[in-house]
Design a binder for this molecule. Structure first.
Ligand code: NAD
Length: 311
C-alpha cells in the first residue's frame, strides 16, 4: 500500500477511545486499494474532551472525513457545521465528511441493518416492523427504517426512560413529515408484544439480550407461536453468530434464509460511510471474501473488528 502514498494522498480515520483494536482501518484501506483511491485511513485515540481539537485538526489537515465511535458520537454531533436528517434526529454522528472545510455529520448505523437486509434480498419498504430496544443501535435503526419507507415501526423496550427518548425522536420525525406509523410499548406488555410480532413482517432485536457472555441463551420472545414462515428475524448481535432468538425462530417456522445475525451490520454501515466519502459503492463481496480469508488464517475475525461499534 505504501507504494501508492504520495504528496497528494488524503487522510481519513476513525476517532474514539479505546480505538487500537478497531477493524475500520483494515476495511476502508482495502476499499481505497480496491479502487486505487489516493487516500489512507488510520485510527486516532480521542475522548470527548478532545473532540473540538480533533475537528479543528481535520479542517487544518484537510482530512476527507472520519468515522466516529464511542464515546464521541454525541459530542461530535454538537460540533458539526451541518447534520444529515438522521444524525439531527438522533443527535449522534458516526461519519464526518469534510467538503472544503465544511464538516457534515451523518449516522450510518441504521443503514447497516437496512442495507444488510437488502443484501439478503429483503426490502423494508411498506413493511410492518417490530423493534426491540431503545438504545443507540435501536434508535438509529428505527429512524432509518422510517426514513426508508417502512409502513410501521413498533418499538418495545424494557424501561420507560429509553422509550420516552425514542418516542420524542419518533414524534419529531412525524412532525418533519415522515410518513410511518410509530408505536412505543414496554416489553412487559408481553401479550401485546407477541401479538404484534405475529402480524409483523420483520422483527429486529437491537438489545443486548442474547449477547455473549452476559446474556447468551436469553431471548425476549417467550411464545414460540409468533414465528411464521413470512417473518424475517434480524438480530444485531454478532457474538454469538446465532443467538437464542435466531435459533428459536428457525426451529419454530421462520425460513432459515430469513433469519439474520448482526455480522453484516458493521460492513454495511461502513458501506454507507464509504459511499459518503467517495461516492462509490463499497466492494462488499470482495471485502467479505477478504475478511473471510483473514478469519480462515486466524487473523482478526470480524467479531473483533465489530467490537468498536456500539455507542
Ligand atoms: P445501548 O446500551 O445503547 O442499548 C441497549 C438496549 O438493550 C437498551 O434499549 C436496553 O433497554 C436493552 N436491554 C438490555 N438488557 C435488556 C434486558 N435484559 N431486557 C430488555 N432489554 C434490555 O447499546 P447499543 O449500542 O444500542 O447496543 C445494543 C446491542 O447491539 C449490543 O449487543 C451491541 O453489541 C449490538 N450492536 C451491534 C452492532 C453491529 O454492528 N452488529 C452495532 C451496534 C450495536
Amino acid at each position: 500500500m505504501d507504494t501508492r502514498i504520495s504528496g497528494k494522498t488524503r487522510l481519513l480515520g476513525v476517532i474514539g477511545a479505546p480505538i487500537k483494536h478497531s477493524g475500520s482501518p483494515i476495511m476502508y484501506n482495502f476499499c481505497f486499494d480496491y479502487y486505487g483511491i489516493d487516500c489512507v485511513y488510520l485510527a486516532f485515540e480521542c475522548d470527548e474532551s478532545q473532540v473540538k481539537d480533533t475537528l479543528a485538526a481535520m479542517r487544518r489537515l484537510n482530512m476527507r472525513g472520519a468515522n466516529v465511535t464511542m464515546p464521541c458520537k454525541r459530542e461530535v454531533a454538537r460540533n458539526m457545521d451541518k447534520l444529515s436528517p438522521a444524525a439531527k434526529l438522533i443527535g449522534a454522528v458516526n461519519t464526518i465528511v469534510n467538503d472544503n472545510g465544511v464538516l457534515t455529520g451523518h449516522i450510518t448505523d441504521g443503514m447497516g441493518v437496512v442495507w444488510d437486509l437488502k443484501d439478503h434480498g429483503i426490502s423494508i419498504v411498506d413493511k410492518d416492523i417490530v423493534l426491540f430496544g431503545a438504545g443507540g443501535a435501536a434508535t438509529a435503526i428505527m429512524v432509518q427504517c422510517a426514513l426508508d419507507g417502512a409502513k410501521s415501526v413498533t418499538v418495545f423496550n424494557r424501561g420507560e426512560e429509553g422509550l420516552m427518548k425514542v418516542q420524542k425522536i419518533g414524534e419529531n420525525m412525524i412532525a418533519d413529515g415522515v410518513s410511518c406509523k410509530m408505536e412505543y410499548h414496554l416489553t412487559e406488555e408481553a401479550e401485546l408484544m407477541h401479538d404484534t410480532i405475529r402480524k409483523a413482517d420483520v422483527l429486529i432485536n437491537a438489545t443486548s439480550v442474547g449477547m455473549r457472555p452476559m446474556h447468551e441463551g436469553q431471548s425476549l420472545v417467550s411464545d414460540m407461536t409468533v414465528f411464521h414462515e413470512d417473518l424475517v428475524v434480524y438480530d444485531v448481535i454478532y457474538n454469538p453468530l446465532v443467538t437464542k432468538l435466531m435459533s428459536d425462530a428457525m426451529e419454530h417456522g421462520c425460513k432459515k434464509e430469513n433469519v439474520i445475525g448482526g455480522k453484516g451490520m458493521l460492513l454495511w454501515q461502513g458501506a454507507g460511510a464509504f459511499k459518503l466519502y467517495s461516492g462509490l459503492d463499497m466492494p462488499a463481496q470482495e471485502l467479505k471474501a477478504f475478511l473471510a480469508k483473514r478469519e480462515e488464517e486466524g487473523v482478526e475475525p470480524l467479531q473483533d473488528i465489530a467490537e468498536n461499534v456500539p455507542y
